[in-house]
Design a protein around this ligand. Sequence first.
Ligand code: FBP
Length: 552
Amino acid sequence: MEVSALQKARYSYTPKLPDILKRPPDNIMPQFGAATGSIADQADLQTIFRHNYGKPVVTFTNGKNDAMRRRLCVGVVLSGGQAPGGHNVIAGLYDGMKKGCRDSKLYGFLGGPSGLLENKTLEFTGGLIDQYRNTGGFDIIGSGRTKIESPEQFACALENAKKRGLDAIVIIGGDDSNTNAALLSEYFTENGSSIQIIGCPKTIDGDLKNEHIEVSFGFDTAVKTYSELIGNIERDAASAKKYWHFIKLMGRSASHIALECALQAQPNVCLISEEVEEKKMSLDDIVTEICSSIIKRASGGENFGVVLIPEGLIEFVPEMKKLIKELNDLMAVYGDELSAITNFIDQQYWLERHLSGESLGLFTSLPPEIARQLLADRDPHGNVQVSKIDTEKLLIGMAEKKLAELRQVGAYALKFSALAHFFGYEGRCAFPSNFDADYCYSLGFTAFVLIASGLTGYISSVKNLVAPADKWIPGGIPLTMMMNMERRHGLSKPVIKKALVELDGNPFKTFAASRKQWAEKTCFHFPGAIQYYGPPEVCDQPTKTLKLEHTE
Ligand code: FBP
């Protein structure tokens, strides 16, 4: 296969490792902290995770440890959406295992968790790994969104892991996949198996984070890719001076991606879903805020601008949230009945009989394309697929209407011409930034040390990420520590808590302090493309979010 010059160069990039992981493996000792507890609902979680609850946080120190030299047989699963750096997690795990013992074997389950259920694997070789080092994508083994949840699926996963002779399985995924990892680990132990489960924090959305997981991998590269594109659009807007660009950004519920892109590119408006919810803003309030920037800028002759919209926004607008919840509940019960109705008009008649008056009023007031998108298939967790709803177009339509009304009363002689964009897939498989390449490799290597140490029910963690990589602190965090109980499909379930944007956190406060000025003046910033070779201040910087979260 012919590869690009950059890909060739990236093959030979050596990811930076924390100092402790550079030692010979049999010189790395696990060090255990005190017993831990979950963030909430301790009694329930203690009952559900009888074997795994309360385990200590693990860090590593120097010390003779022969266990690191044992022969291991491990399987790895990539779960959920792609995130830059996944290949390096596998490379770090593979290199660690081979450094420990040349005869260790690493298998990849094909196509995500379904590969574990169908026992579809490939065995990694050095040659195969070398073709994917420091590259984006999950194509080395593929990924998928199958959820392992029924008792039959748990039993099947255990049987297949035994058949393969595995010592451990590494699950690389987001909050839901790592919740699944915790349940799988508990099930294995409960059923007398010593097969270990280790998770790894992945998702471009950046919502799998807490005191111990400073960031999920992939966020760094994805936000830098989107910020580059936004900067390019800003420059185009400032050159042509004729368009307002409405840009929706991936990120599912949380607005971390939009917030980081705003900090980097300084657009005129950036909506933050968590603030919309907190202030109980209606769709009309949101459009009024956008129009206020359009009008102010028009009065200075600036008939152009950029608006950033987190993809989960509409789920945070109180009236929409209520409508979506009613639709989700209806679809959970009558999904088949509703999808058997193929005509949209008939679907509306059906909804007239099932939605509350308020929600029905809102549903029928929406542009038909948006209303149709709200009825589209749910994801495996029963949620609306927000990436498939054209919120950016909805807001453009509403802004056009509001501005037209204002023009009619003769208040404003302004031009408004808007273009819609959606950035998501453009960033999920980019070549990992140096930060993600290093971080992922360290996460994979750390997973090896946790496995060799005989641990299960842990997530690989690398901390102190604003420092240079040699000062990073690798270790393991009990998965149960990050959990609470939440309602899912009408039942109380253990889940890893999703991290949303904190309105009293430094990243949001920094944005909020500048946004008034950005809304009126042109303060665009042009971050440019991710750089892989050059001075550390250009190539190795973490995101602004990470820096602001970890500096006073
Ligand atoms: P994960 O949470 O699985 O990492 O996925 C992140 C994400 O990119 C979201 O930002 C987006 O809403 C979703 O995946 C889209 O997924 P798909 O391409 O499967 O529809």
